[in-house]
Structure formats: C-alpha cells, structure tokens
Ligand binder design. Sequence first.
Ligand code: NCD
Length: 309
Amino acid sequence: MKVKHFIEPNDLALNEYEEIFRLADNILIQPEAYLSRCQGKILASLFFEPSTRTRISFETAMLRLGGQVISVTDPKVSSVAKGESLADTLRILEGYADICAMRHPENFTPHQVAPYLSQMNLINAGDGSNAHPTQTLADILTIREAKGGLEGLKIGFCGDLKYGRTVHSLFKFMEQMEGNSFYLISPEALALAPSFYDYVDPGRVQVVGELAECIGDLDVLYMTRIQKERFEDPREAEALRGSYLLDTEKMKLAKKDLAVLHPLPRVDEISQEVDDDPRALYFRQAKLGMVGRMALITYLLEAKDGGKR
Ligand code: NCD
C-alpha cells in the first residue's frame, strides 16, 4: 500500500494544498459536520522534544474529528530508552495507529524512518532546526485569510533565521508562489543559510540589519524567538537576546494592513502592547493551526481510504 507522508512542505502538491484549504474553510464554517469524520481512527502523537501548542493542537484536531489519540510525550518512558530503534517503534505503532505526528530533536529523523512505513501516515511535527510543515500550514492559512491570497507579497522574516525551522519551511513554501519577495532581518549570527535562497532571483531577497529599516514595506512580518535550545553554548543565545523587538513604536511605521505572525511561544521579541493591535494575528494563527491539522489529517486518511466518505 502506498501511504502519503507530510515531512517537508513540498510533499503536497499545490492542488493538494487547495483541497486542504477547502477543507479548512469548511471546518471553520461548519465544525459540527466534522465531528465524526475520523471516527474509528487513531492518531499516535510521538513527541521526543518539549511541545505544548503543537502537540495539543494535533491531539485536539483528532478529537474534534471524532478520532482517538495515543501519545508518548516522554522518550525516557518509551522503549527507545531501552535501545529500540525508532524505526522499530514506528513499525510497531503502525500496527496500532492510522496516522502519527512525530517531533524529534534531530534534523531529518522523519525522513529516515518514513520509508519503513507502509500503512501509517507520518506527519513531521518539527525535526531539529530543519522543518515544521504543519506550522507552515497554520502560517499560510493565516496569510491567506488576511491577504486574500498567497502571491505578490512582501514578507519579512525576523529573528532566528538560522535555527528557526518554521522559517525554513515557510520560506520554502512562499518562495514557490508567484511574485513574493523576502526581507531577511536578523543578527549576522542568526542569518538564513544562503543555500535556502541562492537559487532564487536575487532581486527577490534582501538581507536587512534592522527591522525599522523595512517594516514600512512589508505585507507580512513573521517574528520568531531565538531557538536557544539549538545553541552549543547557551551564553551565545543569551548574548543575542533582545536583538529585535516589535513594539508599538515600530508598528507605527508599518502598513495599515500588515499581518504580524509568530509561531509562538513568544519570549521577548513582541511587546505585549502589540497584542491589542488588529494587525497582530498570532493567536488567530494558533487557532488556524488546529484547523489546518484537522484538514490535513482528514485529507491524508481519506486519500488512503480511496476517497471521501
Ligand atoms: C515552533 C517550533 O516548535 O519550532 N513552535 C511551534 O511549533 N508552535 C517555534 C518555536 O519553538 O520557536
């Protein structure tokens, strides 16, 4: 059996995203129509790295679809701690669950274990600093709702562009859309690796030192926290703390219809006063993250069952 996984944003074609957007729109309008859409199905939630939002959002998504959830949140209590290989753990889980959301601290772990699976869909809920494609789904649902589309936008990425996996995945997705251009705003030590954009027309990417320099040009501002857990030396992360702050003063320089996103958790990069600004969309983004995961789970499970119910 061929089973579809979602490990990198480009694992789904644009027409599949369209289908997921359609499902997400319907879920928002008529959530009660989905209450038993995944009845009898089980999501395995396998988090080898701390997570609150993403794990709860996946688990709530499955419960709101009428499915059930089994979860491993502490790798110390799983057989991986006894030396079982992760591939074995997943193959065993495959006998129990229909779909699995996995977060892992090491880059490319889901890429390595997915080939062992033939029945259970694997969703990457974040692998190290590499990718976080379901956060991208939350992000693009938010941008689409705020801007009416995903093309022709000036998008600023601000903060930790080196280790921020949400940045990596969203950049990859938005880069393939027509007419988008990018402002990369970070301290040099946290710059986006040029391998992400060296194939992109240089006119579409600008590296910027200060947020105030470009905020007035932006349609979308994607703020991120410094990923201190990915630094070898925590003192380096501490030294970079507070490099960027979005506050009401900077918001005065921005367009009236700027969309401010943040994958959360926020630490100190957006001041709380900004929360009351209608352009601050990060709490809506968290809600749409759950809706997007409902749509994704429905789409993947139904594609496997050979079509809609
Ligand atoms: C992000 C992550 O885990 O990469 N958070 C999330 O999924 N909600 C961003 C972050 O931790 O900074």
